[in-house]
Design a binder for this molecule. Structure first.
Ligand code: GLC
Length: 538
């Protein structure tokens, strides 16, 4: 059972991200839904997670698959209704699982009644009231967009509204207009939205695009570092500018300070999509009175090597206990794919998750990671991501968004009908059902990992212990010491020797480990390629 406001309940907690469209479909319309999540609470509780973050389930036209929100205080009929949501929260709490939802405050959908009113579609009085909820500017003399900003999805960040002759700002799709956070009325609306969900029993929020929100007051152009080369991908376009004025404006912290005060009253965990790959930038995004935490994306941007891994694990230093550690998300290729694919990619991802599990901060699994899933295969004609495959990642974001493979058979048991995103079926051994009974499966490895983590956090008081990162085995083994616990991961593709403190007791090993359950362990053990172990020392 969940008590309503235990202080900082997330200290020592482990999370799980649910990309709702692809998790479980309860009504066989091909799209995952809230009731589907409810039907899998047993699975989530067996896995041992303490909270789930559910991606947006609000009414939406679906241009960005839910990140274009048309009403922040309701459920899209595709995903259920408010009663289904309430049932899900109640039943999750009975199983000791908290629900975290996604707030999308940087932009709404252009179908949101605020934007429709701003366009003048609900009368002159509404236009007057809502116009300033969004960011409008006249074109400069000579025409064209008001400044040189580009969107995250590529192309200019401005679209002309032909009726008024003004441009509106959108850092994402033209159908995702940015809200004007310099208008206090927008802030007031949002405080009501937070309370609406907190009163329904939500235990925290993941804030989408938390580096966005407030923009430069004068909307100054960004310094341009180089001309945009023809055919540049969205990230190449983005990197042609120094982003001084569009994102990471310090005034956004004022918003988070107010939200933090609200969340603290409910004991809720406020954390953001803090897309900064430098620990110093993360530090600025996470002041002590702002969001409680933020996702650390650097591990999703590395090639597998001992040095890069070391850098992203040890780099955050004292900041680490404010971080959420995730190897994957609905926006990035899955970690096993990024880390070389196949069994090697899967073993590397598990080894990384072993280190995440004992790092300060909160580890979060992306749905399917517990099965060792790499990207699903989506044929070019079936791709649905509006960003498209021409982005930095050939598969776009579709590959990580394919439906969960629950069992062998039609559509891998996700739905009785063709899913919204068509992909090749997964092999039997990648399904949850097949892994259930196999002790050496990824599913059971993750269950054991989360169980041993929970136990050690309790018995060894790990939450209060600092992390000490080291290297062994000629640098190939990353070693995390935290209090009496030592977690070691062999990044190499060869067997590597690691030194252990005298009298170490083996608490966990990944299936490939050859360490064995001898207690106490010898002072030197050989770690199999890409394997990890966790020991307790005296
Ligand atoms: C965030 C979401 C991503 C979405 C974007 C625009 O980055 O994670 O899926 O496309 O915001 O809302």
């Amino acid at each position: 059972m969940i008590s309503s406001s235990s202080e900082q309940w997330w200290a020592g907690a482990a999370g799980y991200q649910i990309y709702i469209r692809s998790f479980a479909d309860s009504n066989d319309d091909g799209v995952g839904d809230l009731e589907g999540i409810r039907s899998k609470l047993g699975y989530l509780s067996d896995l041992g997670v303490d909270f789930v973050w559910i991606t947006p389930f609000y009414p939406t036209p679906g241009d960005d698959w839910g990140y274009d929100v048309a009403d922040y205080c309701d459920v899209d009929p595709l995903f259920g209704d408010l009663d289904t949501f309430d049932r899900l929260v109640a039943e999750a709490h009975d199983r000791g699982i908290r629900i975290v939802t996604d707030l999308v405050p940087n932009h709404s959908s252009s179908s949101h009644r605020w934007f429709q009113a701003a366009l003048g579609n609900s009368g002159a009085a509404d236009r007057e009231r809502y116009r300033d909820y969004y960011i409008w500017r006249d074109p400069p003399p000579g025409g064209g967009p008001p400044n040189n900003w580009v969107g995250y999805f590529g192309g200019p960040a401005w679209t002309l509204d032909p009726d008024s002759g003004q441009y509106y700002l959108h850092l994402f799709l033209p159908s995702q207009p940015d809200l004007n956070w310099r208008n206090p009325a927008v802030g007031d609306e949002w405080e009501g939205i937070l309370r609406f969900w907190l009163d329904r029993g939500v235990s925290g929020f993941r804030v989408d695009v938390a580096g966005g929100l407030v923009k430069d007051a004068l909307l100054r152009s960004n310094p341009q570092l180089q001309p945009i080369p023809p055919g540049a991908s969205r990230w190449e376009q983005w990197d042609c500018f120094e982003h001084l004025h569009d994102v990471f404006q310090p005034e956004s912290q004022e918003v988070f300070r107010r939200w933090r005060a609200i969340c603290d009253r409910y004991g809720a965990f406020l954390h953001g999509e803090t897309y900064h790959l430098d620990p110093r930038g993360m530090d600025a995004l996470l002041p002590p009175d702002g969001m409680h935490g933020g996702y650390w994306f650097a591990p999703m941007h590395i090639e597998w090597s001992a040095d890069t891994l070391w850098e992203v694990l040890s780099g955050p230093g004292d900041l680490a206990d404010r971080l959420l550690w995730a190897a994957g998300s609905h926006d990035m290729p899955r970690a096993p794919t990024r880390f070389g694919g196949g069994e090697a990619g899967r073993e590397r991802t598990l080894a990384m998750n072993v280190l995440f599990a004992f790092a300060p901060g909160v580890p979060v699994l992306y749905q399917g990671e517990e099965l060792g899933l790499g990207d699903g295969h989506v044929a070019p004609e079936s791709k649905l991501d509006p960003v498209g495959p021409d982005s930095d990642v050939a598969a776009g974001r579709d590959g990580c968004r394919t439906p969960m493979p629950w069992m062998p058979g039609p559509f891998n048991g996700f739905s009785a009908v063709e899913p919204w995103l068509l992909s090749e079926p997964r092999p039997t051994e990648h399904t949850a059902a097949a892994q259930e009974d196999d002790e050496a499966s990824y599913l059971n490895s993750h269950r054991r990992l989360l169980a041993v983590r929970r136990r050690l956090f309790e018995t060894e008081g790990l939450a209060g212990e600092a992390a000490d990162w080291g290297r062994d085995g000629d640098g190939a083994v990353i070693v995390l010491r935290r209090g009496s616990v030592v977690a070691s991961a062999n990044t190499a593709d060869t067997e590597t020797t690691v030194q252990l403190p005298a009298g170490s007791e083996l608490m966990y090993e990944t299936p490939a480990s050859t360490c064995g359950a001898s207690a106490p362990l010898p002072a030197q053990v050989r770690l199999a390629p890409r394997s990890a172990i966790v020991c307790r020392t005296n």
